[in-house]
Design a protein around this ligand. Structure first.
Ligand code: ATP
Length: 249
């Protein structure tokens, strides 16, 4: 459904990622793991039209979207939950969620559709129903994460890109977040998940990529990566064992 081929991208002319190729099949969850600075956000932001692409291509449902603008990419149904959540602090929970619906603004049945999307988000995150009128800036970190995910889901994404949604959250909230991600996976939503919680991500995903210093260093079926005895070291880019699982060329 989504394919990144030999991508080179970065900032002010210099490459932050190079020769990155990944595939995200329809209806599957693919995870990208790697330490800080590996280039995971740059990869996601390149797909969304938010960084300079220096070479390579990005395809969505067979079409080349490499040079499309960020708004056009959202309109196609590629929706991001950005790192750090990026909520509008002075706006209420409801107003932040409404912003996510912008993609569907031209739908013929938008009133019914809006209610359907909002009910769906409230069903996944009942807490957000209670917090409807509360300003985002006053929410806990966990609640803000729920709003960020809810906002993305209001857009009815075809593929959801998540950039470290669990960062900085308490273990119980991380567990809750991953249980919602499992529900989304079971509903058939295609997802590309960048995470630091390697084990939870690999349990959720079908396939995984490991990035280090701007390149894919290993990839394989999530179960194989998970069963690797040296996953932890591998995740930090140090293990010879993991690199034997579908070693990137
Ligand atoms: P983290 O988990 O810390 O977000 P990451 O794997 O997502 O790390 P990136 O944020 O993609 O990594 O960063 C990859 C490289 O690009 C790093 O060397 C980083 O310093 C650099 N970089 C990221 N954003 C910018 C920017 N806006 N301008 C210049 N360099 C940047």
């Amino acid at each position: 459904m989504l394919e990144v081929a030999d991508l080179r991208a970065g900032y002010k002319g210099s490459d932050a990622i190079r020769s990155v190729s990944i595939k995200v099949p329809r209806g599957q969850v693919v995870t990208v793991l790697g330490p800080n600075g590996a280039g995971k956000s740059t990869l996601i932001n390149s797909i969304c039209g938010l960084t300079e692409v220096h070479a390579g291509s990005i395809y969505f449902e067979g079409a080349d979207i490499t040079r499309l603008s960020a708004p056009d990419i959202v309109d196609l149904g590629i929706v991001q939950v950005p790192e750090g959540r990026q909520l509008f602090g002075p706006l209420t929970v409801d107003e932040n969620l409404r912003l996510g619906f912008h993609r569907l603004r031209r739908s013929a049945n938008r009133t019914a559709l809006f209610k359907q999307r909002l009910d769906y988000v409230h069903e996944l995150f009942p807490k957000l129903r209670e917090r409807t009128g509360q300003r985002a800036v006053t929410l806990s970190g966990g609640e803000q994460s729920m709003v960020a995910m809810g906002r993305a889901l209001m857009a009815d994404p075809k593929v959801l890109l998540l950039d470290e949604p669990s960062i900085g959250l308490a273990p119980l909230i991380v567990e809750l977040l991953f249980s919602v991600l499992a529900k989304l996976r079971d509903s058939g939503l295609t997802m590309l998940l960048v995470e630091q919680h390697a084990e939870e991500s690999l349990r959720l995903a079908e396939y995984g990529y490991v990035m280090s210093t701007g390149a894919i260093t290993a990839h394989g079926a999530a179960r194989e990566l998970l069963d690797s005895p040296s996953l932890h070291q591998s995740y930090l880019g140090e293990s010879p064992a993991l690199s034997t699982v579908g070693k990137a060329s």
